[in-house]
Design a protein around this ligand. Structure first.
Ligand code: SAM
Length: 264
């Protein structure tokens, strides 16, 4: 069975693979070399063997265990897809593990949701932020996510069934065309999980400039990254940049909120 099997959401196989490659939790990041070695030596030999149902399958404990298993399957299925994307495109993904809930809470904290009609996200990966955004977004709002990786876009289209949600396969550099093509003049907020430090030369500054143009006055560019590189790209455009830090993330990350001043 190939590594692609991690995406099937099968809990037993996924649990084995998670421990085999060292996913003991958010506390144990892997280097690319380690991850590739683990992937080749362990994942390629996985075989899922269905075990007997010792509980009889009709008591409360069994139901609870099944529900826990389903939750775990969804969790590891999502991680499996994310990890596969990292192995295939390490520089474009830039991280081996999705962002933590602490990062999500802190990053979205300053957003004025009642004034948000269009929220755009760059580099959603497997949608770590998407449900949190949808939970806060007004009923007539819209969330457009843009990612260059077709594996992630395919996953998102299958897993986020919400009329406000659109997943676009493309580059953040084309945000203005994408926003217009979906019937909007501007975005209220743009969130970025892009690995600015490892993007091809020139792409980071171009994205920062296009983002400034697409955001309405009073809106903001929300950026999280392991390094502070993104701030260098934001600084020429965004008059006010607030800064934060989240330690409970693998790796700990820098947060920036670049505000586009309201028209005077
Ligand atoms: C660090 S991952 C972010 C994962 C996710 N947002 C999270 O919080 O767990 C970076 C993502 O950026 C995407 N990406 C890289 N370059 C991009 C670009 N130019 N436009 C859009 N997405 C891009 C990658 O495919 C990947 O999904």
């Amino acid at each position: 069975m190939g590594f692609g099997a991690l995406a099937t959401g099968d809990v037993t196989a996924s649990e084995r693979s998670a421990s085999a490659i060292g996913f003991a939790g958010y506390a144990e990041p892997l280097s690319l070399a380690m991850a590739k070695r683990a992937c080749h030596s362990k994942c390629l030999s996985f075989r899922y063997v269905k075990g007997p149902d010792l509980t009889g399958g009709n008591n409360v404990g069994a139901l609870e265990r099944r529900s826990l298993k389903q939750k775990a399957a969804r969790f590891f299925g999502q991680w499996g897809v994310f990890f596969r994307g990292f192995i295939e495109h390490p520089k474009m993904v830039g991280s081996i593990i999705p962002s933590s809930r602490f990062t999500i809470e802190k990053m979205l904290g300053p957003v004025k949701w009642d004034e948000c009609k269009l929220f755009v996200e760059y580099g959603p990966g497997v949608g770590t932020f998407c449900q949190a955004v949808l939970d806060r977004l007004p009923r007539d709002g819209a969330l457009i996510v843009i990612d260059t990786n077709p594996l992630y876009i395919d996953y998102l289209r299958k897993h986020f069934i919400d009329s406000r949600f659109t997943a676009v396969h493309g580059s953040a550099a084309d945000v203005e065309e994408i926003v217009k093509a979906h019937g909007h003049d501007h975005a209220d907020y743009v969130l970025s999980g892009l690995p600015f430090s490892t993007l091809p030369a020139g792409v980071g500054p171009a994205i920062a400039e296009a983002t400034y143009r697409v955001i309405r006055p009073g809106g903001a560019f929300l950026v999280y990254q392991f390094s502070a590189k993104a701030r260098d790209y934001m600084a020429p455009y965004f008059q006010r940049i607030e800064r934060g830090f989240e330690a409970l993330n693998v790796l700990p990350c820098q947060l920036f909120w670049g505000w586009k001043e309201p028209k005077s």
